[in-house]
Design a protein around this ligand. Structure first.
Ligand SMILES: Nc1ncnc2c1ncn2[C@@H]1O[C@H](COP(=O)(O)OP(=O)(O)OP(=O)(O)O)[C@@H](O)[C@H]1O
Ligand SMILES: [Mg+2]
Length: 501
């Protein structure tokens, strides 16, 4: 006999303004099971789970627990019903300690004052649930993203959640960190916690998913077992097969003209003696372990950070150090690692976010050319298939993956000749990934150049013409992509450890 579900969303719908984004979807979470939600960027996954988190209320349909319809008007009520949610964009307060974050809203008090001793004790107890032993007085700002994720989970568990919702928890994690998270998931499963799990990494589904609910355009498509082959899952979510994962043609010779020349670049405690060149038509990948200095090198070239030594030249002209403006003028586009903090103005419109680098340039007679800008932005949004209903809607209201496409689109619009891409496909669905790769091909075919940092080794191997491997802030070696293998890259990236990429 089937056990009873912990919670069921029954035939729910949800609209924002005139647009219906969830169109009658049903899904259940069972004790000790992992239910996966799968769908393209903008399919409605986050919106659906927000109904269980008490963030959104369904317009119609029911949320059923213990055979009873319940209403979850706010996050507090959802928590009281034992539902804890780790959102796609993390929700911790960076300037507060781990202990304060874990106990947020439930601060223990004694004689009207915060009982700090009890606060720490409870927080430590929560961290112990997932085997974390960091000092609970550490500020969240000082933690890496994986640790923040784990702190969020500890917080979720400390309310004794029976249902745990994980919205793309692995998007920013290394393989190693993902494995740790999955051990925690296994443990929760054994304790009867029911989970709802969202990921664009299809290989993770077979690993931990019991059952998969596929959504397309806000509609329920199918429910299939977690063991369903990846290509079938892709067909269900995209509506067609995707044959070529990495469409790069490796035999095309780069053009002779030099676009980027980095000489002996150094920055205290970050990287040193970095020299390389990129020619027109080339994609150069930078591989390495987290912390090897890859992001820092990109940021230095993009003008986002100052450096101490060396120089950068763009098309044989020296590039001013530490100026984003000068970099943009020189034709550089930077897609940063963290789109929310470094890439987007969340309350501004899609249009403004796309036009950020171009509006000055395209002004006519000293006046900004707003209408021309808007139609160009619309056409780029269309090319990238950014899912939205109006280009004037705030970018915050776009799904995570569509926000990522918008950062990319800004530089397409600016016709940048050198793109610096840091984890360009993080949170992007399988179909849109291939579209981004096609764009990279188009940009280089038109004489542009790309430097790409990625922790997804198949992506680096599949899309680069040359690969630089960084280790401890230095370039440890260079590989021609036609000869490069995972093993060769890893040997260069990790000196003595066998830590993965
Ligand atoms: N507050 C909002 N106002 C207007 N539209 C919204 C709002 N929240 C979500 N949407 C729209 O609802 C649709 C579904 O978005 P949702 O975030 O649920 O997608 P998703 O499946 O989680 O995608 P991703 O994989 O990119 O995270 C999108 O078209 C999005 O623009
Ligand atoms: Mg989402």
């Amino acid at each position: 006999m089937d056990p009873k579900p912990l919670v069921t969303l029954a035939n729910v719908t949800k609209s924002f303004g005139p647009v219906q984004v969830i169109k009658g979807v049903s899904v259940s979470v069972y004790p000790g099971k992992v239910q996966v939600l799968l769908g393209e960027n903008g399919a409605g996954k986050s919106t659906l789970i927000k109904m269980l988190a008490g963030v959104h209320q369904p317009d119609s349909g029911e949320i059923i627990m213990d055979g009873q319809a319940v209403s979850l008007p706010n996050t507090r009520t959802a928590e009281q019903h034992g539902i804890a949610t780790i959102h796609q964009e993390l929700n911790l307060v960076g300037t507060m300690s781990i202990a304060e974050n874990v106990m947020l809203g439930r601060t223990p008090r004694k004689f009207g004052m915060v009982d700090r001793k009890e606060l720490r004790r409870k927080a430590r107890e929560a961290l112990a649930l997932i085997g974390l032993t960091i000092d609970v007085d550490t500020l969240v700002n000082e933690l890496g993203i994986a640790q923040q994720q784990l702190v969020e989970i500890a917080k979720a568990l400390s309310i004794h959640a029976k249902i745990l919702i994980l919205d793309e928890p692995t998007a920013a994690l290394t393989r190693h960190e993902t494995e740790h998270l999955f051990k925690v998931v296994e443990d929760l499963r054994n304790h009867g916690v029911g989970m709802l799990f969202i990921s664009h990494h299809l290989d993770e589904i077979a690993e931990i998913g019991d059952s998969v609910t596929v959504l397309r355009d806000g509609e329920f498509v199918a429910e299939v077992p977690g063991s369903t082959p990846e290509d079938e899952l892709v067909k269900l979510m995209v509506g067609r097969a995707i044959d070529e994962q990495f469409p790069r043609q490796k035999n095309s010779q780069p053009k002779a003209s030099l676009i980027l020349e980095v000489s002996k670049l150094g920055s205290k405690d970050k990287f040193k003696d970095i020299s390389f060149t990129v020619k027109a038509g080339e994609i150069v990948g930078i591989a390495g372990l987290v912390g090897a200095g890859r992001t820092e090198v990109l940021r230095a070239i993009a003008g986002a950070d100052k450096y101490d030594h060396g120089s950068v030249r763009i098309r044989n002209k020296p590039l001013q150090r530490g100026s984003v403006e000068a970099a943009i003028k020189a034709g550089i586009g930077h897609v940063p690692e963290d789109r929310k903090v470094q890439g987007l103005v969340l309350d501004a419109s899609v249009n403004d976010n796309l036009g950020y680098a171009t509006l000055q340039e395209t002004s006519r007679f000293g006046l900004a050319d707003f209408s021309g800008q808007k139609s160009r932005a619309e056409s780029v949004a269309k090319t990238l298939r950014i899912r939205m209903h109006d280009i004037e809607q705030p970018i915050r209201s776009l799904s995570g993956g569509n926000q990522q496409k918008a950062v990319f689109g800004r530089w397409i619009l600016a016709q940048s000749t050198l793109l610096l891409l840091d984890e360009p496909t993080r949170g992007v669905d399988v179909g849109a990934k291939v579209e981004i790769y096609e764009l990279m091909n188009a940009i280089t075919a038109a004489g542009g150049a790309i430097v790409m940092v990625s922790s997804e080794l198949p992506e680096v191997l599949g899309m680069s013409d040359r690969i630089l491997v960084m280790r401890d802030g230095e370039i440890a070696g260079e590989l021609d992509a036609r000869e490069a293998t995972q093993d060769k890259v890893m040997t260069l990236a990790a000196r003595d450890t066998d830590e993965d990429l």
